[in-house]
Design a protein around this ligand. Sequence first.
Ligand code: DGJ
Length: 734
Amino acid sequence: MNAAIRTIHLTGGEVSIVVALDDRGPRVLHWGKRLAAAEVDWLAATSDPAVTFSSFDAPRHFGLLPVTGDGWSGTPALEWHRAGTAADPALVLNEATAHGHHEDGTATGLTLTLDDERSDVRVGLTLTLDSHGVLSIQTEVTSTATSGDALDLAGVRAVMPLPARATELLDFSGRWTRERAPQRMPVVDGSHRRTTRRGRPGHDAPFLTMVGTQGFGFGSGEVWSAHVAWSGDQDVSVERLPEGAGVHSAAIVAGELLAPGEVRLGPDETYRSPIVIFARAETGIDQVSEALHGYARDLSAHPATPRPLTLNTWEAVYFEHDPARLIALAGVAARVGVERFVLDDGWFVGRPNDRSGLGDWVVDTSKWPAGVEQLADVVHVLGMEFGLWFEPEMVNRDSDLARQHPEWLLGTRDNPAEWRHQLVLDLTLPDVHDYLLERMSAAVTSMGLDYIKWDHNRDLHGAVSRSMGGAPAVHRQTAATYALIDALRERHPELEIESCASGGARVDLGILARTQRVWASDTNDPVERQSIQRWTGVLVPPEVMGSHLGPATAHTTHRTADLEFRLTTALFGHAGIEWDLGGCSEDELALISRWAETYKELRPLLHHGRTVRADSDDPGALLHGVVSHTGDHALFAWVRVSTSSPAFTPRTQFPGLDPSREYTVIAREELGLASRHQVSDPPWMTADQPLKVTGRFLAEVGIPLPLLNPGTALVLEFRASSVTPSDNAKEPRP
Ligand code: DGJ
């Protein structure tokens, strides 16, 4: 036993993190399964690898803040300099405080203070392991020099080690209307590095970086994952070097991407990094997802009230705001059961299309002679909440704002490239903050807004600050957006906000720490949505993931889908409608009303339960569901997005149910019959008595299902014998 090693054992959920503190600084000895006290001692006793050829003379170690001077040749946790000097961070541990002690002596958190006296820098590191087993790491860097050159930060990243058995990597890319497209690859030597330079996470954000054992899936394999809870530029790597990382094999290195000169600290100034979140699982992606949902549901901004069925006017009318038509639409919306009516883009002066008006947040009285208040009042009288669209960070060149305040624009170029005909406002300027806060706040008050859809329709390029001589501005702009949201919600604490960014380009746990919904994508095509929601939903709980019923032919793909499939797809999220209901037949409206009732009946389950997904060898078949935390009740969707190669559906297993409970299996086809590619259903579905089987049977043996036509979904409900419908409503928040 190495007596000089002090260990701190953090526990949360089923996870243990063991940090060693010795004269070489803090090191993570373990990030994985919960350990017994004796195992922690054994870890400490075996924490160093062999000394190999052509290497350091002492065993290599891998710290919590690895830098090249410590022998780590991968991307360092810390990079800085002072006018080209003091470029080797050499930190000495000054203080280590474990906090939140459990009865068994383990802790929930650890705060470390380290000093580099040669560079006059102090680093604070806070590790918090929550009850779901999710680790948050936040790093603070303070320049302690009282004079001389500023401390230029080039990188501040959180680093966690990976074992040799973590051989496969899964992260995401995407584009507009195709967000969260998974990409899987082997972990190889070198760096798989994802840097985002868009001033927002982007449609192609890495989103959640997962590394796992060979073939890991939703229900199997160990997984280690990281997410940067930040809505600006990001820098995430999975790195493996031939010499390993101490006794570990590789590392996840994640943080904010800092541009040269972006953070320059004067005396006593501090940079506080975004929180980097690490989640881990013994049994697959769904376990990671459950932990992350637990984390997200604990955020103070997370909504506590039932998620109102929403209607958004965008695809119904686009920019054609005719009060009579929209008031009529509100009437139909209320009739089918909508609870929140959101007026999208097009309500303010000079906005006949997307070429002008952005920034002038005053109602266009030529479109709205009696003001938007007229619609807001009708909506409220109809018993619905009223929401309004804004895009605060943006401005059209053709707007009074841009004409009056060219100095408010972000960037220094004379002719910056426009994107959707828009430029960006520098939110870090106090005048811009005040202007936006006043305009938005006035609208909230005069219209009684319950909700704002906050859009952000372009990447930020050349995002430097005019007033600071062209200093990089993405960090400050991101923080300024957060400050504006916070200020608005402080004035209007009941106001809810949706984060939208040309669909799902700003979906992260930084924005969800202050908003109540994300718009996952601009596509309402259910085939595309099945994949986007499946993967967005690994991080984002369904109750904050907007998912809308669109028209039969999707505006973004021109693919046509059955109403039943569109309804089922929209059900598994914070449901809404984005369709001109004025053009619907009475039959369609009746079905939508039934769906609205189904959503309201099932949302206590859908919005508080545990999301599960099945692994499948058939790429055209998707099975996903939500199981209540008590295991009493579950709802699954058996989805076919393309034809299957076999001519039948074999037994299909349903994950996540309580193995010991007996369930009644009910096909919920009140949203329309899922169209079949067969003569008749498996006989259990048409028997006089409903099928009753255990959760174990469903998980391990499974049941034959109908062979569906592509573009259909069958909803199956599982009720444990003792549960009654009214029990749903009582389900406690997890
Ligand atoms: C992009 C959003 O993603 C859409 O939902 C819509 O709000 C438009 N912007 C409005 O301009």
